[in-house]
Design a binder for this molecule. Structure first.
Ligand code: 5AD
Length: 467
């Protein structure tokens, strides 16, 4: 029997952002369609795919370690195929092939349609042909050759490919891939290529189909999701249509660019009951000179105008953000402006990062003297975290006592407890059975740790407990 006709089991391990999680589901879908069974442990698989992130150096190092560890499985099963996919695969390409000779396949995000064929080539040991700009054969390797698939396909919008979603009430729906912005710190445009939008009809058909399978919470995904446009259909229009699909109870989207938060979008958010009262609005910095050098194309003033517009229309909205400290050239005073922005807006949550140099990005070419020393960057990060956590805790303290609709997502850490999320994206833990995952229930927020809540179900409290 040839190796390629043996039963095939695939394991996909995903790192990084929501788009990557969604890509992981896409790869599983593509492989399942071609007869693979999807397994939950690398030990059970014939093909192990590590779906990677390139956004910061730290993310890459973690993954490289993991791939080396997975290589250990090959000592007992030399036929095991290891693939590295996603943004880091795209970024490192040839280097990865050289540095990790045990990796059989390196595939960037535009290559997934050809994933089964590429795996077939690798498995049958005929991966000598070049696909994309990849390297060819490595002489002296144990078997076959390493295959790299790194070409960009500007027309690849993943149409007709099915995600393999695990059963549950929530689903990611990618509506856009790639990015046309050129924020100077960011690797994404170089690893995911230009912005590509899906047809609005396809998106709606997909939402209808998943609702029939039990999904009630939909999160639309795109690198700058609100710059979506398809043959005259704007993001706001698509969002409205998705929110009106019967059976859709909650709609979210991520990540928007502040510049494309338009009055039309805010109006749709305010009007459509299914759209959740939460907006992730990445600010990145609170200083105009830094924003300009990041090429964010807004100022602190225009960012604050957007915040004001959103809050005027949806007073109860929860806002989250992304902030980078120690962008090259950021002075101490400029960093203080970021703290000031945090205190002005009072975000419900902030994802905070130290600038990480990404080769190939414009910021990486700034003079070396501009780079903020690591210990100084660390001090700034810690101060920012302190400020943002204090604000978050104050906001959440003030919410104790509220009764919120919660969608039950999973078991909580402690036995007998479950974890859910409010429409405003706050995590709540309360007593309950994991069989209830997927249900909506009213929960009173009773305590906060600062970041999350402990509560109890409104209905549970109104039922007398027999002793
Ligand atoms: N260094 C640090 N953080 C970064 N981000 C993107 N690129 C970098 C980088 N080079 C952050 C931004 C973005 C989030 C997803 O990751 O804040 O919004």
């Amino acid at each position: 029997m040839s190796r390629s006709s043996a039963p095939k089991r695939a394991y996909v391990e995903t790192y990084g952002c929501q788009m990557n999680i969604s890509d992981g589901e896409l790869m599983e879908g593509i492989l399942a369609e071609r007869g693979y069974s999807i397994v939950r442990r690398p030990e059970d698989a014939d093909v192990v795919l590590v779906n990677t992130c390139a956004i910061r150096e730290h993310a890459e190092q973690r993954v490289l370690g993991r791939v080396a560890q997975l290589n250990g499985l090959k000592s007992e099963r030399p036929d095991l195929v290891i693939g590295v996919t996603g943004c880091m695969a795209q970024r490192m390409g040839e280097t990865l092939v050289r540095e990790a000779p045990y990796v059989d396949l390196v595939m960037g995000p535009d290559g997934y349609r050809s994933l089964p064929d590429a795996l077939e080539r690798v498995r049958s040991g005929y991966a000598t042909e070049r696909l994309g700009s990849g390297a060819g054969r490595r002489p002296g390797r144990r078997r076959g050759a390493q295959l790299t698939v790194l070409d960009f396909h500007p027309s690849e919008n993943y149409e007709g490919l099915e995600q393999r979603r695990t059963a549950g009430p929530s689903a990611w729906v990618p509506i856009q891939r790639g990015c046309d912005h050129r924020c100077t710190f960011c690797i994404v445009p170089y690893v995911r290529g230009p912005e590509k939008n899906r047809s609005s009809a396809e998106v709606l058909a997909e939402v209808q189909a998943i609702v029939e399978r039990g999904v009630s919470e939909v999160t639309l995904l795109g690198q700058t999701v609100n710059s979506y446009s398809w043959q005259g259909v704007s993001f706001a229009e698509l969002l409205r249509s998705v929110a009106r699909v019967p059976g859709v109870r909650r709609v979210r989207f991520t990540s928007p660019h502040p510049n494309d938060v338009t009055p039309e979008l805010v109006e749709v958010m305010a009007e459509e009951p299914a759209i959740c009262e939460h907006l992730h609005l990445p600010a990145q910095s609170g200083n105009d000179r830094t924003l300009k050098r990041m090429l964010r194309r807004y100022t602190v003033g225009t960012f604050l105008d957007k915040v004001e517009m959103v809050r005027a229309a949806i007073p109860d909205i929860a806002l989250s953000t992304d902030i980078i400290v120690a962008f090259p050239g950021e002075t101490e005073a400029e960093f203080r402006d970021t703290l000031e922005l945090m205190r002005t807006v009072r975000f419900d949550e902030a994802y905070t990062y130290k600038y990480s140099l990404r080769d190939g990005t414009p910021a990486a070419r700034l003079p070396e003297t501009d780079f903020v020393p690591p210990d100084e960057a660390q001090v700034r990060l810690e101060e920012l975290i302190e400020v943002s956590r204090t604000i978050q805790a104050e906001i959440n303290e003030a919410e104790v006592g509220r009764v919120e609709e919660v969608l039950i997502e999973k078991a909580a850490r402690h036995e007998g407890q479950i974890l859910g999320r409010t429409r405003r994206n706050k995590v709540v833990v309360f007593d309950g059975d994991t069989e209830r995952v997927g249900e909506y229930t009213a929960v009173e927020l009773e305590r906060t740790t600062g970041a999350t809540f402990a509560g109890s179900e409104a209905s549970a409290r109104s039922v007398p407990v027999s002793v």
